[in-house]
Design a protein around this ligand. Structure first.
Ligand SMILES: Cc1ncc(COP(=O)(O)O)c(C=O)c1O
Length: 373
């Protein structure tokens, strides 16, 4: 990469990995059954149970999950998919890989960085096949409005829940989890996520039909898997349609099971850290803290975005003090490969800085960052 590595006093985020993960992965290695076996099945079942959905399908990352979701939703050439302008590029690129066109929707406001249902509505055409929402920073989108827009038009709703594993909200008197509200949920277990497996992802759905198609496509479109043949339950296979290799292996699933057991506690810690930030920054006239009117109990507090007038100056200043920052995100419309700017998003993204946030941060860490701001 070149250049000396910066020695951070406070990094943007850090995963919490203990002896449980090390032992779980070691047990898999010692078993010598390395992929698509009982541990992946256990991880899927445990995730589905906790998420209160009928199906969870483990994959090798969230980008693969998104691609499978779009394909299973029937998205293809000639179709349009609406995604937020303010998201990681994978939300859009996975749709583009189906041959569909991507339209970019605006955020609600500087106080709510989730996608604005009114902007989504303005982009709907006869060719709209799917809407993919992102529960930005771990705060749920206005799913009631999005579902209302989609349901009577026969549009699929995909939830990119990469930021929001086990964020929940009461909808219609029932507690619902992010990723279990629309047709398909997509999760990321990348190294910086609320629960991690290094690389990894999960699909969730209550539809038996969508689940069957995504399972099939995850592993080459094959009707039986190596493990079933190993167990003597099958001896051959057919290929029903050309698929992909988007499988998760047993080591990652073991890692994921250990993380799943502590994700609620880690999310709770993130809420605590976010509450300290809110308290320290709420009266700072130079900083806008988004989502202040949303209860933290409904969020997974994945990242800590704030808006400032001179973001580069702020980032340089924090870097000098050894504090790592980031930006979530450069809007998709900013990239050469995409067009169709959502104007409000651009103006807001120009002021975004992401502050450090992780389950191991202390109140002193937050005071240090707030002091610099
Ligand atoms: C909102 C969002 N969508 C999709 C992804 C892609 O996830 P993965 O790296 O697991 O493919 C990420 C990861 O950074 C993300 O933040």
């Amino acid at each position: 990469m070149g250049g000396a590595a910066v020695k951070w006093r406070l990094t943007l985020t850090e995963p919490e990995i203990g002896q449980e993960e090390i032992e779980a992965v070691t047990r898999v290695l010692q078993s010598k059954w390395l992929t698509m076996g009982a541990v992946v099945a256990d991880f899927e079942q445990a995730f589905a149970r906790k998420m209160q959905v009928r199906h969870a399908i483990a994959v090798n990352n969230c980008t693969a999950a998104l691609h499978l979701a779009y394909v299973a939703a029937g998205v293809g050439p000639g179709d349009e998919v609406i995604v937020p302008d303010l998201t990681f590029v994978a939300t859009a690129s996975a749709a583009r890989h189906t041959g569909a066109e991507v339209l970019l929707a605006d955020v609600v406001s500087e106080h709510d960085l989730t996608v604005d249902p009114r902007s989504v509505e303005s982009l709907i055409t006869a060719r709209t096949k799917a809407i993919c929402v992102v529960h930005y920073a771990g705060f749920l989108c206005d799913m009631e409005s999005i579902l209302k827009l989609a349901s009577h038009r026969g549009i699929m709703v995909i939830e990119d829940a990469a930021h929001a594993p086990f964020a929940s909200k009461s909808l219609g008197g029932e507690t619902k989890f992010a990723g279990a509200i629309g047709d398909i949920g997509c999760f990321s277990f990348f190294g910086n996520k609320n629960m991690t497996t290094g690389e990894g992802g999960m699909l969730t759905t209550n539809s038996d039909e969508l689940a069957a198609r995504m399972r099939l496509l995850r592993s080459h479109g094959m009707t039986t898997l190596t493990y079933e043949r190993h167990k003597g339950h099958a001896s051959g296979y057919d290929v029903l349609e050309p698929g992909f290799n988007y499988r998760m292996d047993e080591m990652h699933a073991a890692f994921g099971l250990a993380q799943l057991a502590k994700v609620d506690r880690m999310n709770e810690r993130r809420r605590e850290v976010t509450a300290w930030y809110r308290e320290a920054l709420v009266d700072n006239p130079r900083v806008v803290v988004p989502f202040l009117d949303r209860p933290l109990s409904e969020s997974t507090c994945h990242i800590m975005p704030v808006l400032v007038d001179s973001p580069q100056e702020v980032r340089d200043r924090l870097k000098e003090a050894g504090v790592q920052t980031s930006k979530h995100y450069e809007p998709i419309s900013w990239f050469t490969a995409y067009q169709g700017a959502a104007s409000r998003t651009k103006e807001i993204a120009d002021r975004l800085v992401t502050l450090p946030l992780g389950p191991s941060m202390t109140e002193e860490d937050v005071q240090l960052v707030a002091g610099l701001l």
